[in-house]
Design a protein around this ligand. Structure first.
Ligand code: PGA
Length: 243
């Protein structure tokens, strides 16, 4: 049985005053029946963890420590109170040239530090129009996951054209992608592949969450914009609890 998860990705948004949203979220969802997670900017991690809302990082370096100015290691995230870390988000792949091979090394580092990685993959609009979306995403996931992957890893399907645009993939597109991913995970990892949770991400909001959560093999969502407001995110959590 895969436990459902609603994960929020604040990206580069929020200063200390945003902690009030976490306190409101905690008040709105004191004991959720699904996993709930917020990934705030790194400077807020420790204070965010103190609110009692589970928190995660948005990236980590593959090394534990060393001369890497500006980077943050997995043990540092863990030390700050993180339980999860988003890896290979399309914005990191685009802005920082991250390859799937690098993402894989980060996944290894995260698991070694006791963090649950949320590994992102998604196609761009040209790839979708060319009919290559499934092949591209299945390949990205394959390259980004180490050979011993199991239920301690989460995968997020995030079509790039749906991120922050207000556009969402249709439930048919999501169903198609998630079933292809599930088949590939089971083929490679056997029973362990059946335990890997598959999230959808890309303009998930209160008005479309319930529909998305009806799709087979959607175990939750990775939510950007709509995770910044406790009222929106708690509505998404409720939709997931009711799915
Ligand atoms: P969005 O972002 O919900 O704002 O589209 C999702 C994501 O990038 O994780």
């Amino acid at each position: 049985m895969r436990r459902k998860i609603a994960a929020g990705n604040w990206k580069m948004n929020g200063t200390r005053e945003a902690l009030a949203e976490l306190r409101d979220l905690k008040a709105a969802c004191p004991a959720p029946s699904v996993d709930v997670l917020i990934c705030p900017p790194a400077p807020l991690l420790a204070a965010a963890a103190d609110t009692g809302v589970p928190v995660g990082g948005q990236d980590c370096h593959p090394a534990d420590s060393g001369a890497h100015t500006g980077d943050i290691s997995a043990p540092m995230l863990r030390d700050a109170g993180a339980t999860h870390v988003i890896l290979g988000h399309s914005e990191r792949r685009a802005d920082h040239g991250e390859t799937s091979a690098l993402v894989r090394d980060k996944v290894i580092a995260a698991r070694k530090a006791g963090l649950i990685p949320i590994v992102c993959a998604g196609e761009n609009l040209d790839q979708r129009r060319a009919g290559d979306a499934v092949a591209v995403v299945v390949d990205q996931v394959a390259q980004s996951l180490p050979d011993d992957s199991d239920g301690s890893v989460i995968v997020a399907y995030e079509p790039i054209w749906a991120i922050g645009t207000g556009e969402t993939a249709t439930t048919d597109d999501i169903a198609n992608m998630h079933s292809a991913l599930r088949a590939a995970l089971v083929e490679r990892f056997g029973e362990a592949g059946a335990q890997i949770r598959l999230l959808y991400g890309g303009s998930v909001k209160p008005s479309n969450a319930a529909d998305i959560f009806t799709v087979a093999d959607v175990d939750g969502a990775l939510v950007g914009g709509a995770s910044l407001k406790a009222s929106d995110f708690s509505a998404i959590i409720s939709a997931l609890e009711g799915a």
